[in-house]
Design a protein around this ligand. Structure first.
Ligand SMILES: Cc1cc2nc3c(=O)[nH]c(=O)nc-3n(C[C@H](O)[C@H](O)[C@H](O)COP(=O)(O)OP(=O)(O)OC[C@H]3O[C@@H](n4cnc5c(N)ncnc54)[C@H](O)[C@@H]3O)c2cc1C
Length: 506
């Protein structure tokens, strides 16, 4: 529900600063758990700049957990892969098309139009009466008052200011985050900062262009071409030393740059923007009641198409933890958010920087040596990364802290749909009545799934039982009843579940 914000709101559990992809994803997550949320966004509409075009199978699985996968499906298409070519048209590196169902129960890679995605996610938020959105509200100050946070907003149309209160504030406010400034402005910098021109074209007729995403590793002008949904096409064009950044985005110059593929008769320039691609991770993601997520916490160059994905994963990791803390779990649970997510996003940023160093090579001799080395071994295959979480709320063992696959159960139902939004105990045979009673006594809100279709995953994990977290990462595994009781006992202690059962079930 959207509302004017010129008068103070009553105290909410969580205030979100910023309603971009990360903010709207986190709002959906919190909404599922009944948390009261106020969202403050300075713009009247979702951003119209050309930005994300790709998300992966894990992100689709997160949308599934929000109950939005079905609404999104008509707005996405499955990726036809990525091909890195050198100037001579030789294939250096490729990611195969994502036709098959992958680890997450969905195709591994999807392409989409960001405004469509944001529209569906905002419709998702409208399902929750405890969430209010305040548009055209610039958050100009956040101050931690110990047991709550005060936010000062300025209406971007009338200039009227108001003060609001929230128990927790999450800055989903992008690369120039003011919440990050309040937490601490330091970054780990991976050293890639490069200016690119990004152009979105709406074709007026069918044109023979590649179906796969193509990365042209030409040292005189690196270029990326992406097939969007419908007749949308994306070109990302590296700004070279001789270019004038003031004029390179003018239509005449853009059409000249696109001339190997298109003429102005073939389509319309829908959006043009200059971006400096960064590779950064903020040093601190939480200070008492302030947290950050998405681009405010980390930025990656888009060579893997993972910046938005990382923000959605932040929402999946932080959403259930914040909901638990709001309902009485120890606040220290929130510290596992950065410690777990930091290592994960780091792996993606490092890989994106590596890919950037391949495509962004501008020295012809270095490019020739690159080609020789890559051609000698044959085209390298890009794999879909699925790194483990960093240290946090998981209990050791080989698969703890990794994401579990999402198979279909014997009934045909997807595993996550059977689990719902809480913790789960996964096995392939029913628990004996004594153990079932013990499990219920230790962790009453645990969903127990016993299904023969899970046997291969249990075998891979070397376990009889797997305890899964709400974000589908493995908390721990066990092979013996006493081990299982101990594992669940440690979970119960970590979450202080007994104290929360009533609150979460209400
Ligand atoms: C060219 C390009 C291509 C990309 N391609 C991909 C891709 O294919 N796949 C992918 O996963 N990622 C991609 N990305 C990255 C992706 O776009 C970003 O990571 C993602 O948009 C970040 O979302 P966010 O919600 O964290 O931040 P943002 O999208 O920046 O949203 C922040 C929001 O906060 C609001 N805000 C800021 N300050 C305030 C304030 N003080 N008060 C109120 N509101 C405020 C802003 O108005 C904005 O709406 C790409 C990026 C670029 C530049």
């Amino acid at each position: 529900m959207s509302a004017p914000a010129t008068s103070p709101t009553s105290m909410v559990d969580v205030a979100l600063v910023g309603y971009g992809p990360t903010g709207v994803a986190l709002a959906n997550m919190l909404g599922l758990y009944g948390v009261s949320v106020a969202i403050f966004e300075r713009e009247a509409e979702p951003a119209h700049l050309p930005r994300a075009v790709h998300f992966d199978g894990e992100v689709m699985r997160i949308f599934q957990s929000m109950g939005l996968a079905e609404a999104l499906t008509p707005h996405v298409h499955i990726s036809k892969g990525i091909k890195y070519f050198n100037t001579a048209g030789q294939l250096l590196l490729e990611r195969k098309p994502a036709h098959e169902i992958g680890l997450h129960g969905w195709a591994n890679n999807f392409l989409f139009h960001q405004p469509d995605l944001e529209h569906v996610l905002r419709q998702g938020v409208a399902r929750f009466p405890a969430i209010r959105t305040y548009l055209c509200q610039d958050v100009v100050d956040v101050s931690d008052a110990g047991d709550h946070v005060e936010l000062r907003t300025r209406d971007t149309i009338s200039g009227v200011e108001a003060t609001h209160q929230a128990r927790w504030v999450v800055g989903c406010d992008g690369g120039r985050s003011m919440v990050r400034q309040a937490i601490g402005p330091h970054f780990e910098d991976f050293g890639l900062h490069q200016l690119w021109l990004v152009v979105d074209v709406l074709l007026s007729r069918e044109i023979d262009l590649p179906d796969a995403t193509v990365q042209i590793c030409d040292p005189s002008r690196p270029i990326t071409c992406v097939r969007g949904t419908g007749r949308r096409r994306r070109w990302e064009i590296m700004v070279m030393p001789g270019d004038d950044p003031q004029t390179i985005d003018q239509p005449d110059t853009v059409w000249k740059l696109l001339s190997p593929w298109l003429t102005p008769q073939d389509g319309q320039l829908v959006r043009r923007a200059l971006y400096t691609f960064h590779s950064l991770i903020a040093e601190k993601w939480r200070k008492n009641r302030l947290l950050i997520a998405g681009d405010s916490a980390h930025q990656t160059p888009p060579f893997l198409g993972q910046g938005l994905c990382a923000g959605i994963r932040d929402a999946a990791n932080l959403g259930w933890k914040l909901a638990r803390v709001v309902n009485g779990a120890p606040e220290s649970l929130l510290d596992t958010y950065q410690s777990e997510r930091h290592a994960h996003i780091r792996a993606f940023i490092q890989e994106a920087v590596r890919l950037g160093s391949i495509i962004q090579t501008t020295d012809p001799q270095v490019a020739a040596a690159r080609d020789q080395a890559m051609l000698r071994t044959g085209p390298e295959e890009m794999v879909n990364l699925s790194p483990p979480l960093g240290p946090g709320l998981h209990h050791g063992g080989a698969v703890a802290g990794t994401i579990l696959a999402q198979p279909r159960l014997s009934s045909g139902q997807l595993l996550d749909d059977a689990i719902g939004k809480g913790f789960a105990l996964i096995g392939d045979v029913p628990l004996d009545p004594h153990l079932a009673a013990r499990v219920a006594d230790i962790c009453a809100d645990l969903v127990v799934i016993a299904d023969g279709a899970l046997t291969p995953w249990l075998k891979d994990a070397g376990a009889r039982w797997i305890v899964l977290r709400p974000d589908r990462y493995v908390f721990g595994t066990s092979n013996r009843p006493d081990e299982l009781e101990e594992l669940l006992g440690s979970l119960s202690v970590a979450l202080e579940t007994r104290r929360q059962q009533h609150a979460l079930q209400a």
